[in-house]
Design a protein around this ligand. Structure first.
Ligand code: SF4
Length: 244
């Protein structure tokens, strides 16, 4: 087993000990890493992304919990922030896998090299990757200077299908037109693709951004006549809110 040392350990700043929603088909827990190389103003985890002091969670506490729950929980979701900027992530996941868990990685796709390595070493079982917007609007949407080539490489790696995966986009009126979304639906053909309507909450970096209306969502659902690979998370096909 690899030994995790000092600052080579991923910084975990959030721990949801039980979720039925974050890992498809699995009872799981979620670990939230601190820090992100993007700065999406609509980010729901502002305390993880902004440069604010948040207490880090002791890895001993995490692994004690994972050991104790190994016959009940099936998966561990590693989310953030952006997990792939964390030093020691690979060794950290090895330790989780050694206990017997399935691992889901949430990523913005900015680190294709590590993504490839994790897939080749069979250290991840499911990857959910954000596609922030059409590429020409990426920097604006992510509020960062994004290396688009890296994002494209990550998309290509996942499309090879060596690991179960999904693409997802949080849609916000200020950043996405309906035509942008239609292009994204078209671009993601052949993959599972989820649209997530933005929800303004206390935890977002910049409040006051706008969700899509039920009428907009109904229009998006009408694209299912041509595309059957996408869903709008949390909404029924008639635009009603699902209780999930
Ligand atoms: S990439 Fe994800 S974690 Fe990072 S700022 Fe954007 S929404 Fe937040």
């Amino acid at each position: 087993m690899n030994i995790l040392m000092g600052d080579l350990m991923p910084k975990i700043a959030g721990f949801n000990k039980l979720t039925l929603l974050d890992y498809p088909g699995k009872l799981a827990c979620v670990l939230f890493t601190k820090g992100c190389n993007f700065g999406c103003r609509y980010c729901q985890n502002s305390s993880l992304v902004l440069d604010v002091e948040v207490p880090l969670i002791d890895h001993n506490e995490i692994f004690a919990y994972l050991e104790k729950r190994k016959n009940i929980l099936q998966g561990v979701v590693i989310s953030g922030g952006e997990p792939t900027i964390q030093k020691g992530l690979l060794d950290f996941i090895i330790k989780i896998k050694e206990i017997g868990y399935k691992v889901k990685l949430d990523t913005n796709g900015s680190n294709p090299k590590l993504l490839q390595e994790l897939i080749e070493l069979k250290l991840v079982d499911y990857v959910a990757m954000d596609i922030k917007n059409v590429f020409e609007k990426y920097n604006q949407t992510a509020n960062a200077k994004v290396n688009i080539d890296n994002v494209k490489k990550s998309i290509d790696i996942l499309k090879k299908g060596k690991v179960d995966y999904e693409f997802r986009t949080t849609i916000i009126k200020e950043y996405h037109t309906l035509e942008d979304i239609r292009k994204l639906i078209d671009f993601t053909q052949g993959s599972k693709y989820y649209l997530q309507n933005f929800e303004d909450r206390d935890t977002v970096i910049k409040s006051g951004l706008t969700s899509f209306t039920v009428e907009d969502l109904n229009l998006l659902y009408s694209y299912k006549e041509s595309y059957d690979h996408f869903e709008i998370r949390g909404y029924t096909e008639k635009g009603g809110r699902k209780n999930v």
